[in-house]
Structure formats: C-alpha cells, structure tokens
Design a protein around this ligand. Structure first.
Ligand SMILES: [Zn+2]
Length: 376
C-alpha cells in the first residue's frame, strides 16, 4: 500500500509528495471533494507512509508499522469519524475493524444523522496531540467528514490547531467545505480531490478482491457511480438490481409498450428523476445494447462476468437473434445523443419521449423482420 495506490487524484498526491520532499508538510490539511473519491484513503495512506520504517513517502506495506496501519490499528494514527449520537464507545472500534477487513474504508463513514462529538475529539485528538509518538516518527490524526463536528467539537479541535506539536499532521476530510467553521478552515491547507473518471472507478472496484466485483458488475456500478468509488460500492448493495430490471423492461417493451404507456413512462422519467439519474438510466440502456451485441457476436462464448444483465439473459438473447449489428449500433447512437442532450439541459420530456420511440421502433423492426430484413 502506498500513496501511488490512490487513483485519479494525481494533483492532490503530487502536492503532498512535493511538500513532504521539501520537508514542508503543513500541520493541518483539509481534503475537500465529493464522497467516495479517496480522501480518507489518501489520508490514511499518507499517515502510513510517514511512519513506514523504510522511509520515503511510498509506504512499503511490509514493515510492522505499515501492517498495523493497514489494519487501522497503528498507535500513532488516530481516526475520528461521525457516529450516531447514541453510539456506544465500542461501536467505533467495531466499525474500524469492519472497514479494515472489507477493504473499502469510506463506505461506513459519514452516515446520516451522525455527528462527531466533542468527547470524540477530546479523546482521539486533543488528549493525544501532546503525547510523544509511540513508534514514531509521526503522529497523524484523521477527522473524516469533519463537517459533522458539533460546534463544541470544532472548538476543541481549534486548540490543537493553534498550538500544533511537532511531527504531527492533522487531516480533515469533507465534501461540504462551507459547513466547516471559518476558524478551522483558516488554519488548514486545502487540497482538492476530484470526481473519478468512470474507467478509474471500474479499475478500483476490480483491483480490490475483497470487494468481490466481477467485470460486468463493476462496469454497471461504475456507470451509476457519478465518479465516486464509494457510491459505486453502495450502488451495488442498494437497488442496482431493480434499476437493471427497469432498464430491461424499457428495452424489451415490457414497460412502455404502446403509445399511451410510452408517453407516460417518458414523463415519469422526465419529472420524477433528477438529471444525473436520467443520465445514468441512459448509460444503463447503452450497457444493455452492449450486452445484446456481445451475445450476438459471441453467443455462449461471451466471457463469464462480461454480461451485465445476466438475470435477463433470455431477453438479451432474443434481441441478439432479432437485431443485426447495424440496428444495434444505430440505436446506441440515438441513446448516446439523448444522453448528450440531457447533459446540455435539453427538455427531458422531449428527449425521453423521442428516445423511447427510437427504442420501440427498433424493436418493432427487429420483431417484424429480424436482423436480416434490416440489413437488406
Ligand atoms: Zn513500511
């Protein structure tokens, strides 16, 4: 494990690296950026690398210090994160153990209606800030989703920020910079984290075996992730299957068969879904066509784990028999155009009516003549 493991955040990592090499690490940082793009992981990797017995800023992953850090059990790396108001002290330790085991450290943090209490800050940061490191050389404090601090907690933290002990780094992470008190912000150097490209999210999901993704599921989760690996992991758990079912129904005409239902479906999508959800619906429609094309070209030879809509395999196969490659390609172009139109804030009602008509027409043609008739 090392800082180079952080994907898609080259600017942030380069900044930390050069500050370290110039021996100018700030005492306090705010890692700002969307949820699930690697802020907490980067903070923990930085903490591990600073303490690695091999020196440098890579983190060897093998020394005693790196191994303790990987288990989130390093005595000089302290992690504070939001907990429900009525949580018992032991619960934090359980969450940490689970995070270390499951490999995705962001997923359990920042839960709704959770706070970082003044007790947590006093206990994990203030009381420890002036103690010498156990194994050294650095003591690192990570406050994940720091905007969840209560005002009292932020005040307590300020004391540590005003008189920072040597060889101490404090990293606050947040996706809501403006929710942090200005008094705290003004004492921290800000580092910006960005949304991840979809390919990067897919790679992250596949590269950590503990997450248990195959190619097709990683692709789907990445498609709905909005550039957040954390969101992709959550999407896998929450209703991705039902979303896939909805897309399959749209593409096979089980939903929106006939003019009335089609107009109704288009207006439901236009008025009930947000723009990002509309984009991801169109992304999934494209992935459906990709599956159809794969089955058409490779049949049973399609590699295991490549077919996203595995549960709807029979419907995919029926379309693969009925549509030729050109018809599939034409429809994909229409759906892609629709996606661009939504991106440009075109009227979603018109866009979805038109794209659902395109889908219906392509399907009717296929049913009427099969692939051969279209090719002729
Ligand atoms: Zn090491």
């Amino acid at each position: 494990m090392s800082l180079s493991r952080i994907r898609g955040q080259d600017g942030a990592i380069a900044h930390l690296r050069s500050a370290f090499e110039a021996r100018r690490l700030a005492h306090a940082y705010v890692f700002n950026g969307p949820d699930g793009v690697g802020k907490e992981t980067a903070a923990l990797e930085l903490a591990a690398a600073l303490n690695c017995e091999a020196g440098g800023l890579e983190g060897c992953g093998a020394c005693a210090s790196c191994r303790m850090a990987a288990k989130l059990a390093h005595p000089d790396i302290h992690l504070v994160f939001p907990m429900p108001r009525d949580a018992k002290p032991a619960e934090a330790a359980e969450i940490l153990a689970e995070q270390a085991r499951a490999g995705y450290r962001d997923a359990g943090f920042g839960r709704k209606a959770a706070i970082i209490s003044v007790e947590a800050v006093l206990d994990a940061v203030v009381a420890k800030a002036n103690q010498r490191p156990y194994t050294g050389p650095w003591k690192v404090f990570v406050v994940a989703d720091a905007d969840a601090m209560t005002p009292e907690a932020a005040n307590a933290l300020l004391k540590s920020l005003e008189e920072p002990p040597d060889a101490t780094v404090l990293v606050l992470t947040t996706s809501r910079l403006n929710a942090l008190p200005a008094t705290v912000l003004s004492r921290c150097q800000r580092i910006q984290f960005r949304r991840l490209p979809r390919d990067t999210v897919e790679d992250i999901l596949l590269s950590d075996k503990r997450l248990g993704f195959n190619k097709a599921r990683a692709r789907a989760a990445a498609a709905v992730s909005l550039g957040s690996a954390g969101r992709a992991v959550r999407a896998e758990g929450e209703g991705l299957a039902s979303e896939l079912g909805r897309v399959a129904d749209l593409m096979t005409g089980k939903r929106a068969a006939g003019v009335g239902p089609l107009l109704n479906e288009a207006s439901q999508i236009a008025f009930r879904l947000g723009r990002q959800e509309q984009e991801r619906l169109l992304d999934l429609m494209l992935l459906w066509l990709r599956d159809v094309l794969l089955l058409r070209e490779l049949g049973d030879g399609a590699p295991a784990g490549e077919i996203l809509f595995e549960r709807q395999r029979r419907q995919l196969e029926a379309q693969a028999r009925a549509m030729d490659a050109r018809a599939i390609g034409d429809l994909a172009v229409r759906i892609d155009d629709a996606r661009r139109a939504i991106e440009r804030y075109s009227n979603p009602s018109i866009v979805f009516t038109s794209v659902l008509v395109d889908v219906a027409v392509a399907r009717r043609r296929a049913e009427a003549g099969g692939g051969r008739a279209h090719a002729a």
